[in-house]
Write a protein that binds this ligand. Structure first.
Ligand SMILES: [Zn+2]
Length: 434
């Protein structure tokens, strides 16, 4: 069985690539999307922050926004938008491919993330899909379940890791050719026995660096920062035998699975679920401090960009009545309507330096972002919204719409908010019907 799987995988891998490893023609310049405006950020996002392969639905890398442009059938169709031109292209370089059969080199993806390796942007993708095979005893189903690296320029694809179960993924840090992550290793009794692992993304070769749970937080100046839930440590990323140096230890235990971390390269920001505080850890070794931020319900997340901390705020909004099968409430309730920003080091005389960027009101009243990413100037969002065709304030089955492929929804569009001017617009990738 295993041999059959390996052979068929090999066949899958070599077929598409043999036509694509020849010299690529110079790519022609992207056409500019009609009516597109773009202002480059003064400071881009910090590249050393931790990422989630299974979770970061939108990623900005290398001047592009990467996202799933699929049609909601469960598989991801990786696409990217040139931030400067607004031009959108699929990552599968085959112009005639419909990306919905095993012949597509990116078929079976569930999650993906772009990673910068040297001069090249590579794609790390999790694939999980079954497919039938003819054997002597009839048709047999095989499951591909792996992590692959895909080069969008050459179409070359490399399997880095294969899985038999337990596909849990925590934040990861990428530096040079390395991926730092918590390995998914279990003993016979199904207990997790993994540790912090370093993988060479070019070869897939791995080595266990530290036993136990050390969640990667960020990379700075060649050191990877991790947390074991109580303290924050760092180690030299390239060292053949790195050791942990304590950076912060905290009396109030910092539990990685209950926190959200982000960084701008100067500080590490840790928000705790349902608490209106941000813990600020200066990476240069200064004292930990706490700032107060009034988060929207269930959206305690900080996006550091251009010297500001962006966040969602405000009381929950009741949009109207819900008459929807299986809906948890008889009211349609949305999280806070304010998108705000504050300074990590307030310099205003009264200590507050906090302002509204955008309010979800008027034509935007029913819109709420569900996934966000910033390039330092704009906030790009996947979102959901509600429609009320007869205007009676009652929302029924099908009135809740999603801008991204989920649960059979076939729409694909992005919301872009200019963080300096507060202007918002919808970027339609594909018109949907449901
Ligand atoms: Zn394709």
């Amino acid at each position: 069985m295993k041999k059959v799987l390996l052979l068929s995988l090999a066949a899958l891998l070599f077929l598409p690539s043999c036509t694509k490893t020849q010299t690529q023609p110079e790519p022609s310049p992207d056409p500019v999307r009609e009516g597109w405006t773009y202002a480059p950020p003064e400071t881009g996002m910090y590249g050393g922050r931790a990422r989630l392969i299974a979770g970061d639905q939108l990623t900005v890398e290398d001047g592009y926004l990467y996202f799933d442009g699929g049609v909601g059938d469960g598989y991801v169709v990786p696409m990217r938008m040139n931030l400067e031109t607004g031009n959108v292209t699929a990552l599968c370089t085959d112009p005639v491919c419909a990306h919905n059969t095993v012949e597509c080199p990116l078929y079976g993806m569930r999650h993906f993330i772009p990673v910068r390796i040297g001069e090249k942007t590579q794609i790390l993708a999790l694939r999980f899909y079954p497919y039938p095979e003819q054997t002597l005893s009839g048709e047999e189903w095989t499951t591909v379940w792996d992590l692959v690296r895909y080069d969008p320029m050459s179409g070359e694809k490399t399997v880095l890791e294969t899985y038999e179960g337990h596909m849990g993924f925590t934040p990861e840090v990428y530096l040079g050719t390395y991926r730092f992550y918590i390995s998914q290793v279990y003993d016979e009794e199904d207990n997790w026995i993994g540790g912090l692992t370093r993988m060479d993304i070019t070869t897939g070769k791995t080595e266990l660096l530290f036993e136990g749970f050390y969640m990667p937080l960020l990379e700075k100046d060649g050191r990877v920062w991790v947390s074991d839930g109580v303290g924050i440590f760092s180690f030299e990323a390239q060292s053949p035998s790195p050791f942990l140096r304590e950076e912060f230890s905290s009396p109030s235990a910092m539990l990685p699975d209950q926190t959200m971390c982000s960084t701008d390269g100067t500080n590490l920001y840790v928000t705790q679920n349902q608490s209106d505080t941000v813990r600020v850890f200066p990476l240069d070794g200064g004292e930990e401090r706490v700032i107060s931020v009034s988060f929207a319900d269930s959206y305690a997340r900080i996006i550091p960009a251009g010297g500001w901390l962006y966040y969602f705020s405000g009381e929950n909004t009741v949009l109207g009545d819900a008459r929807i099968r299986g809906y948890a409430s008889d009211k349609v309730e949305l999280h806070g309507e304010e998108f705000r920003r504050c300074r990590p080091n307030p310099s205003a005389p009264d200590g507050t330096e906090d302002e509204l960027v955008f309010r979800f009101e008027g034509e935007w009243a029913s819109f709420r972002p569900s996934h966000t990413v910033s390039d330092g100037r704009y906030l790009y969002c996947f979102y959901s919204w509600w429609e009320d065709p007869d205007g009676d304030g009652v929302y029924r089955d099908g009135d809740n719409r999603y801008s991204f492929p989920v649960n059979g929804h076939d729409n694909c569009s992005l919301l872009r908010i200019d963080c300096e001017t507060g202007e918002a617009e919808i970027i339609t990738i594909r018109e949907g019907t449901k």
